[in-house]
Structure formats: structure tokens, C-alpha cells
Design a protein around this ligand. Structure first.
Ligand code: NDP
Ligand code: MG
Length: 390
């Protein structure tokens, strides 16, 4: 049976990206339809969303057992699952056209993997999927009828700047970074920054994990790895630059010296909608640049001595196939511990570096090996946090 609407599963619908995706779908409800929503523990918001969108499926991946009797949405319309692994199977459903993965962290890898195995189009916000398992995902993509379209604003800008071009003609990809809330702080001033300060991102309102990643600039490190796998570009050809206004979302320079860029006021709805409508565009009432105004756009190099996480990320790719998965797991634990007030901001790169130096990996990188490596790194990172970083 032919369906008129594009049927979308939103994994992580209660998060920053998930909520914005739902707003877009509501505005384009003649084109799109929600068939699945998921949350980890925020069942109240999931319930509200399910009552509004009446998806066929609602999934809670992280609920504790005493709350098993809660109801999500209208039971006559929505089938509910409380199961940490349900998404891996549900992404297979024939009634799903697009899987929008807006989960946070390593948890996003499995659903991306299974969705591509099921030949789905995946609109990917969960950059960690490509960071930890880029080789596995690209191998899978080469055999899949599915596709992977980035939601991350920099990668959406790269995709738009690469259209109509040949890979051999690319000289360099310039990935822009806002620099986060600590862009102008000295190393000394960074020693005692608080969680509240780190959560104050100057340009974007995002989930807490990516906001801390932006403060340490690990976000840019993860995004360099993401771009490397997404566009099959050597890491050496991807250059991060700080651009505090976040107007240019990234650029590509070609062999004749031309540079193509994608610009716009910072608004994640633009790349989310582009990933859903790609390769076409759909109208969006987002704010526009007013080019009759005087704008000043600024650029500065990344200071690796104040922001060591980018180099750690690049080094992790060069170490061995498991390097980025170790980097990611150590970072997730360090960020969680920082958010819980258990370690300092400046401890985050130290924990990651110690994990990268300690944990070795020489076997073939496959799904099971990746899950084991992730767990092993988390255990070791937690031990470091307990015993102090010095
Ligand atoms: P949020 O923390 O706001 O949302 C995360 C979502 O995933 C929530 O729905 C949450 O459920 C769910 N979730 C959390 N932990 C788990 C888990 N272990 N298993 C399953 N589901 C889980 O994150 P963001 O929306 O900010 O980010 C999502 C992804 O998109 C990240 O990979 C991020 O790097 C990327 N991204 C985000 C941008 C942004 O502007 N926010 C920009 C570019 C990329 P619950 O609400 O119940 O906790
Ligand atoms: Mg980004």
C-alpha cells in the first residue's frame, strides 16, 4: 500500500533535537507523520507528546521497575514498550520511512546500526554513532539501501557545500566552532569554572551533554571524526576554526581556491528539516539574515593548550580502530561526573587521556567488540574519577 505521508520514528523525542523535530513535523503535518516516539525516563513529556501525535508506538528505554504500570498516550492508538532494547527491533518496522536518531551518547549507536541494517533512511543527530562505530556504519551503508543524512549543523553545511562537486576536488573542509562559553578564559581562569557556567552556551540551547562538550570543545573533536566518516575525508583535511557568531556553519575549499559555505542564524530547525526533506527543501519560518545590516564575522584559530580535547579526538583516530570509542566512553563518564559535581571541568581531558593511554584494543572492530570496549572504558573511567585524576 502506498502511503502519502512520510512516516517518521523519533528516537529521543523528549530531548532538545527531538522536541524541535516534533515542532517541524507539526508545521508540515500534511507531509510528515509520527509513528514512533521514545524517551529514556521523561515519561510525562512522552505521554504529552503521544497524546498530541498519536504515534503507533511509544518507547521508554530507561524506566525503573516500580513505574511499570504507567500509561503513555491513548492506549487504543499507541502501543507502549518499556524496554532498553526495544528500539533496536522497532526501527525494523515496515511502517517507518525515516528514523530520526536524536538520542544522546553511545546509546544511539545500536538503533543507527539496526536502522541501516533494515535499509532505512536515518536522519542522524546522534554524532556518537559515527564517532564510536564509523567503520562499522560505513561498511553497513555500502551494503544497505538505506542512507544517512546528518542533522548536526556543521555537517549539514558541509553536505550543502559538497553538492555537485567531486571528492577529488576537495582541498579542505573548514569546520566552524563557536568556542563555547570559555572561549576567552585563560587556563588559570578555567581551573574552577562551575557546572552552571559551563552550561551557559552563547549561541545554542541544547541538551546538557553536548553543552558541556561545547565548553570543552570536545564537541568539535567529535564532529571532526563525524565528518571524516560521513564524507570519507582524511582527518588531516578537516580544519577547525573558531567563529564566535555561529553564522557560517562550515565551509569547503576546492582545488581552484574557491570556498563554498552555508550560512544562517543559528537554528537547529533548519538542518533538522533539511535532513527530513533532503535533497529538496521545505519552507520554514525561521529567522533570516538581514544583509542590509552591518555584520562583522570573526575567525580565530583553536588554542589547543586551552582546549586539549580536539587533539585528543584527532589522536584517538590515529591510535587504533577502537580509539574513538574509548575517547567517547571516557568523555561520557567524565561529563556525567562533572555535571554531578564530582570532578572539575579541567579533569575532563585528563580522564580521557588516561583511558586512551591505558586501554588497548587490537581485535577486529565489530558490534560486539564495540559494546565491550565501551563498557570496559566506562568502568576504568569511573575508577579514575573515584581515585582522583592526579
Ligand atoms: P538531550 O539530552 O536534550 O536529549 C536526549 C534524548 O535522548 C532524550 O529524549 C532522552 O530521554 C534520550 N536519552 C537519554 N539517554 C538515553 C539512553 N541512555 N538511552 C536512550 N535514550 C536516551 O540531547 P540533545 O537533543 O541535545 O542531543 C541529542 C543528540 O544530538 C546528541 O548526540 C547531540 O550531540 C546531537 N546534537 C544536538 C544538538 C542540539 O542542538 N541539541 C546539535 C547538534 C547535534 P529523556 O528526556 O527521558 O532523558
Ligand atoms: Mg554541531
Amino acid at each position: 500500500m502506498k502511503h502519502n505521508k512520510i512516516r517518521i520514528a523519533i528516537l529521543g523525542s523528549t530531548g532538545s533535537i527531538g522536541k524541535q523535530a516534533l515542532e517541524i513535523i507539526q508545521k508540515h503535518d500534511r507531509l510528515f507523520e509520527v509513528v514512533l516516539l521514545s524517551a529514556h525516563s521523561n515519561w510525562r513529556l512522552l505521554d504529552e507528546q503521544a497524546k498530541t501525535f498519536n504515534p503507533k508506538y511509544a518507547v521508554l528505554t530507561g524506566l525503573v521497575s516500580e513505574n511499570y504500570n504507567i500509561k503513555i498516550g491513548n492506549p487504543a492508538k499507541t502501543k507502549m514498550y518499556v524496554d532498553p532494547h526495544a528500539l533496536n527491533e522497532l526501527v525494523n518496522l515496515p511502517e517507518i520511512d525515516i528514523v530520526l536518531n536524536s538520542l544522546v551518547g553511545f546509546a544511539g549507536f545500536s538503533p543507527t546500526y539496526y536502522a541501516l541494517k533494515a535499509h532505512k533512511k536515518v536522519a542522524l543527530a546522534n554524532k556518537e554513532s559515527l564517532v564510536v562505530g564509523g567503520a562499522i556504519i560505513t561498511e553497513l551503508l555500502s551494503q544497505s539501501k538505506g542512507s544517512l543524512i546528518p542533522i548536526d549543523s556543521e555537517h549539514s553545511a558541509m553536505l550543502q557545500s559538497l553538492i555537485g562537486e567531486e571528492k577529488e576536488d576537495i582541498e579542505e573542509i573548514i569546520i566552524t566552532a563557536s568556542g563555547g562559553p570559555f572561549r576567552s578564559l585563560s587556563l588559570e581562569e578555567m581551573q574552577d569554572v562551575s557546572v552552571e557556567q559551563a552550561l551557559q552556551h552563547p549561541n545554542w540551547n541544547m541538551g546538557s551533554k553536548i553543552t558541556i562538550d561545547s565548553a570543552t570543545m570536545m564537541n568539535k573533536g567529535l564532529e571532526i571524526i563525524e565528518a571524516h566518516w560521513l564524507f570519507d575525508i582524511p582527518i588531516e583535511k578537516i580544519t577547525p576554526i573558531v567563529h564566535p557568531e555561529s553564522i557560517i556553519h562550515s565551509m569547503v575549499t576546492y582545488c581552484d581556491g574557491s570556498t563554498k559555505a552555508q550560512l544562517g542564524p543559528p537554528d537547529m530547525k533548519v538542518p533538522i528539516l533539511y535532513a527530513l526533506s533532503y535533497p529538496r527543501r521545505l519552507p520554514l519560518n525561521s529567522s533570516r539574515m538581514d544583509w542590509s545590516q552591518k555584520y562583522r564575522l570573526h575567525f580565530e584559530p583553536v588554542d589547543n593548550s586551552r582546549f586539549p580535547c580536539i587533539e585528543l579526538a584527532i589522536d584517538s583516530v590515529r591510535m587504533h580502530k577502537g580509539g574513538p570509542a574509548i575517547l567517547n566512553a571516557a568523555n561520557e563518564i567524565a561529563v556525567t561526573q562533572f555535571l554531578e559535581g564530582k570532578i572539575k571541568y579541567i579533569d575532563i581531558p585528563k580522564i580521557i587521556e588516561r583511558c586512551l593511554n591505558k586501554i588497548h584494543f587490537s581485535s577486529a572492530l565489530n558490534y560486539d567488540a564495540l559494546v565491550e570496549l565501551d563498557q570496559q572504558t566506562r568502568d576504568y573511567a569511573r575508577t579514575i574519577c573515584q581515585h582522583g585524576t592526579n
